[in-house]
Design a protein around this ligand. Structure first.
Ligand SMILES: NC(=O)c1ccc[n+]([C@@H]2O[C@H](COP(=O)([O-])OP(=O)(O)OC[C@H]3O[C@@H](n4cnc5c(N)ncnc54)[C@H](O)[C@@H]3O)[C@@H](O)[C@H]2O)c1
Length: 414
């Protein structure tokens, strides 16, 4: 049984999922292989992911491996009801409705856990959290984690000896974070800002808070659209890297003074708070592309604003003293709430990692410890080589002589 908005949306969802699939050939190859081998036959897989057309292709890949799949949303605003309807029609147990209340959101997480999953998959560690609190009675082989924020939570659990089963940090595969976080978040976060506001980015002061993988991508895309980019970053190496890229590097308060648009991607709470609201310009637009809706302190913004009004889809206008502060997508992931998330081509690699991680856990869970693992390097290299070929790139092949030279220590200045 599924909990979805409207089963009649399935045919629209099917077209969307098929459209994404055209760009997901690495995952498609895995699906064809899974169909033959059925490596997950009879296993229950429970996933908490953004319910998008790309995720649908991953769910169908796991299903083709013989798994029974249940899915709930990892964010109430990213669910595409048409995709949920199509997946439900295809035999996946889906518990996701766009814009559900917090209470229903957690009910849906629990519905997935009610299927007693052997393996779980998270985007933000919400299922794993429940599996260590309210549902700690459920046995699982292991889990996979999609995003940086989830991996940070899991590593903290491992450090404090709280983790009770192995987890694969899919985010930490190079073919995930170097591409999905950078190119995926970069493009789709700016897409979300533009769709929500219709602003011309050229000539604006765009401030990017956090210069990690995602922040680098957002800064690059904003710069490419003609923005004057300023970066805020507490890590000195990353801050210097931003400076040498040609961006301004400022403290958060000084950056807030000049910003026309601010995109926060820190994975941290209150990157934007009262001291920043106080100095912002009239009409500034604030967006968050970090995982949770904690980066903009909306509670403080509301408390000190005289009114809040929805002025168009995805844009709330706060009257703050004598100025207007615009908040996009309620401070939730702007790329998923105001746009359609990462392009399928980049999710192809992230989800190829997820699919292979499920099989890796099934094959290895008996010998794994309750720790955070990354997939073996060969998996990364294989996924990258396949994607490179699909995108028309050619890989250089070293000669035996060159391989030997790189392996040796005897050679120096001749
Ligand atoms: N929008 C999406 O679709 C999407 C995709 C992937 C990851 N994410 C999320 O985006 C966030 C960032 O991910 P990442 O992979 O770039 O992480 P990262 O760890 O590589 O980078 C985060 C950066 O933010 C900096 N930072 C921390 N607190 C800060 C603060 N208060 N002010 C300024 N900078 C601060 C850190 O020093 C670090 O350089 C995470 O929450 C992650 O889960 C979102």
């Amino acid at each position: 049984m599924s909990t979805i908005k409207d089963s009649k949306l399935a045919s629209v969802g099917k077209d969307e999922v098929n459209w994404a699939q055209r760009q997901m050939q690495v995952l498609e190859d895995i699906k064809l292989d899974f169909e033959k081998r059925k490596p997950l036959d009879g296993l229950n897989i429970g996933a908490c992911m953004h319910v998008t057309k790309e995720t649908a292709n991953l769910m169908l890949t796991l299903q083709s491996a013989g798994a029974n799949v249940a899915l709930c949303a990892s964010n109430p605003l990213s669910t595409k009801d048409s995709v949920a309807a199509y997946l439900a029609d295809s035999g996946v147990a889906v518990h996701a409705i766009h814009g559900v209340s917090n209470e229903d959101f957690f009910k849906h997480l629990n519905s997935v856990l009610d299927t007693k999953p052997d393996i779980t998959m998270d985007d933000g560690a919400d299922l794993v959290s429940l599996l260590h609190t309210d549902r700690a009675d459920l046995p699982v082989m292991g889990s996979m984690e999609e995003t940086t924020t989830g991996v940070i939570r899991l590593k903290s659990m491992e450090k404090n000896n709280k983790l009770r089963f192995p987890v694969v940090a899919v985010n930490d595969s190079d073919t995930k974070h170097l591409f999905d976080n950078r190119f995926g978040t970069g493009q789709s976060a700016m897409d979300g800002v533009v769709r929500a506001t219709d602003l011309l980015i050229a000539g604006l002061n765009v401030v990017v808070i956090g210069f990690g993988d995602c922040g680098k991508g957002v800064a690059e895309r904003a710069y490419g659209m003609g923005a004057k980019v300023t970066v805020v970053e507490p890590n000195s190496v990353r801050a210097l890297e931003a400076l040498m890229h040609g961006y301004e590097v400022k403290s958060s308060v000084n950056a807030a003074k000049i910003a026309d648009v601010i995109v926060s991607v820190t994975g941290n709470m209150h990157a934007l708070d009262k001291q920043h609201f106080d100095v912002m310009k009239d009409g500034v637009a604030l967006a968050n592309a970090g995982h949770f809706d904690v980066e903009i302190n909306l509670k403080a913004l509301k408390e000190y604003s005289s009114s809040v009004e929805r002025v168009r889809d995805h844009v709330d206008s706060y009257k703050y003293n004598d100025k207007e502060i615009l908040v996009l997508a309620e401070g939730r992931l702007v790329n998923l709430a105001a746009a359609t998330g990462h392009p399928a081509s980049v999710m192809d690699m992230s989800f190829a990692n997820q699919a292979l991680a499920a099989e890796w856990i099934k094959d290895n869970y008996k010998t794994l410890e309750p720790k955070v693992y990354t997939l073996p390097k060969e998996v990364d290299l294989k996924i990258a080589a396949t994607k490179l070929g699909l995108m028309g790139g050619e890989l250089e092949v070293l000669t035996e002589e060159q391989i030997k030279y790189l392996d040796s220590w005897e050679h120096g200045t001749s």
